[in-house]
Write a protein that binds this ligand. Structure first.
Ligand SMILES: O=P(O)(O)OC[C@H]1O[C@](O)(CO)[C@@H](O)[C@@H]1O
Length: 573
């Protein structure tokens, strides 16, 4: 597994400075930007912008101080445009935002997702069996372990070959159907485990695939070369109403039924949901349904049956349990360490972001892309980040030019000391992993230092191309170095970023756990769906849309599709 870089659109201190009255203690509906601490930080940051990272990096004491370590995970944030004074001011800001209290409320099951009146308890999903975490006065940990025990048992039966399909054959392939949080988290963990030697050994002879997008081409990809006889479909949906997931689930049901008959569904389809009634209505045996709870946000659900079930089918429960233990270790660190030493609590100050997987993109952008405070007050500063990234050196051959000489985009570099798959070729200067990591160590300095006009002169760059802005550097980043990347560290990494995103939301004073925005697109798609149906089936003209959408739809409908509407057609690939 390599390393990733990440970007975002803004920095904390670029918030709009025109704020109303200064208040020292925040009233419940006051914005964080109205506090003295925010304004003090803003003024300080304005001053620090004048100091180049080259000069900040000259101070070895400062560099040493701007690090944190936990269980061998090492964070170096010295390439942030910040000093010890900045950090003090940030921690004061955290106090003003009541960060400690908010973290405690999350762990204690308070209904901090106030718009949905829900606790936010993904930490309970990885809590040890004897821990007590209450929501609505009820300890949820035994319920969590009840589902985990059921998954353990089911996955052992499945993997041992005792669970047989409709034709008596053992099942070796799993297609997990789900989208958003019901897909991206499990995909990330699967991608990371796939190359871990221990996990790979456990997964020998098995396949785990995902079907998320509603494009029929993706259906074709997900079942290419699979035989329904040896395939198990896991339908994963918190609500069991998501249009894309349900259509994909019905499509794979048809794939199974048309080949093995209707009774095969009981052996070839299982589900994960909070809505067990709808699971049963769909035709899945309730015995083969795995529950989770409304206090688990979709995008925070990878540690529930959403991830634990498909991953246990592929890798076995013991490996997945190690992943959960890794996440739990960070939960403990996050809850109990002082902010100065607290890795997830320090990360957000950098305002850089990761995309070690598209999972983190959803986690961050769906959580913190908000325009009002948790009390509904319009924000006068921007929240949220635009997150993107690439594994290893891929980004270097793609978007890094923008980061080096174009916009300032703070980055996180995530590296691993021990490769999952070490390679060394006799005669090569370095091992393949050292080659990868050479770039991990070099890029942050290239971003921080850039090139001075003197250097450019000595490189004989034509005079007219040289200015202090040619390659100015001063681009912030942070480096996170993990000892290795086994299931345990994968869990740790996940938990670090989950908490990092929560801290950002707590500081900004927003609700990171609702997602009203995405609902609008869904309801508009539903109008289009009705219109397409009416036009295709009843020849009705396109109506009720603006002229642009109407003409796009008319153009789309003008071309006859190769799938007639009244017969079932399946992918041919
Ligand atoms: O698990 P469900 O209910 O199918 O929802 C899938 C995804 O849709 C969203 O609600 C919106 O994209 C996500 O928050 C969620 O992860």
């Amino acid at each position: 597994m390599g390393w990733w870089t990440c970007g975002c659109g803004s920095e904390l201190h670029s918030a709009n400075p025109s704020q109303p009255t200064v208040v020292a203690v925040m009233a419940s509906s006051a914005l964080i930007c109205d506090t003295e601490q925010w304004k003090g930080l803003q003024a300080h940051v304005g001053a620090i912008q004048k100091t180049h990272l080259r000069d900040l990096m000259d101070d070895a004491e400062r560099c040493k101080a701007m690090t944190a370590e936990y269980e061998g995970i090492f964070l170096d944030y010295s390439r942030q445009r910040a000093t010890g004074e900045t950090m003090e001011k940030l921690f004061k800001l955290a106090e003003a935002a009541k960060l400690k209290e908010k973290i405690e409320k999350m762990f204690s099951g308070d209904k901090i997702n106030s718009t949905e009146n829900r606790s936010v308890l993904h930490v309970a999903l990885r809590a040890p069996r004897d821990e007590v975490i209450k929501s609505d006065g009820v300890n949820v940990v035994p319920e969590v372990w009840g589902v985990k025990d059921k998954i353990k048992q089911f996955s052992e039966t499945f993997r041992s070959g005792s669970w047989v399909g409709a034709t008596g054959k053992a099942l070796t392939n799993v297609v997990s159907v789900g989208i958003g949080g019901s897909f991206l988290g499990p995909l990330f963990v699967h991608a990371a485990l796939q190359t871990d030697p221990e996990a790979a050994e456990s997964a020998k002879g098995r396949q785990l695939r995902f079907l998320a997008n509603v494009d029929p081409v993706d259906v074709a990809r997900s079942i290419k070369d699979l035989d329904p006889e040896t395939t198990l479909v896991v339908v994963v949906s918190k609500t069991f109403t998501t249009a894309e997931t349900m259509l994909n689930a019905r499509t794979l049901k048809e794939w199974i039924v048309s080949s093995l008959g209707p009774d095969a569904v009981a052996k070839h389809m299982i589900a994960v949901s909070t809505n067990l009634e709808l699971v049963e209505k769909f035709g899945i045996d309730p015995k083969n349904a795995f529950a989770f709870w409304d206090w688990v946000g979709g995008r925070y659900s990878v540690c529930s049956a959403v991830g634990v079930l498909p991953l246990s089918l592929q890798y076995g429960f013991p490996i997945v349990q190690k992943f959960l233990e890794g996440a739990a270790s960070i939960d403990k660190h996050f809850r109990s360490s002082s902010f100065e030493k607290n890795i997830p609590a320090i990360l957000p100050y950098s305002q850089a972001l990761e995309k070690f997987a598209p999972h983190i993109q959803q986690l961050s952008m769906e959580s913190n892309g908000k325009g009002v405070s948790i009390d509904g007050v319009q924000l006068s500063f921007e929240t949220g980040e635009i997150d993107f990234g690439e594994p290893g050196t891929n980004g270097q051959h793609s978007f890094y030019q923008l980061i080096h000489q174009g916009r300032v985009i703070p980055c996180d570099f995530i590296g691993v000391v021990k490769s999952q798959q070490p390679v060394y070729l006799k005669g090569e200067i370095v091992s393949n992993h050292d080659e990868l990591m050479s770039n991990f160590f070099a890029q942050p300095d290239a971003l921080a230092y850039g090139k001075t006009p003197e250097q450019l002169h000595s490189e004989k760059v034509p005079e007219h191309l040289i200015s202090h802005k040619t390659f100015q550097g001063n681009r912030p980043s942070l480096s996170l170095l993990l000892p290795s990347l086994s299931a345990y560290e994968i869990g740790q990494l996940l938990s670090i970023y989950e908490h990092r995103i929560a801290v950002q939301g707590f500081l900004w004073g927003i609700n990171s756990f609702d997602q009203w925005g995405v609902e609008l697109g869904k309801s508009l798609a539903s109008q289009v769906r009705k219109s397409l149906h009416a036009s295709r089936m009843e020849g009705k003209p396109v109506q009720g849309f603006n002229s642009s959408t109407a003409s796009l739809l008319t153009r789309y409908l003008a071309v006859e599709q190769s799938t007639p509407y009244n017969t079932t057609t399946m992918p041919k690939v």
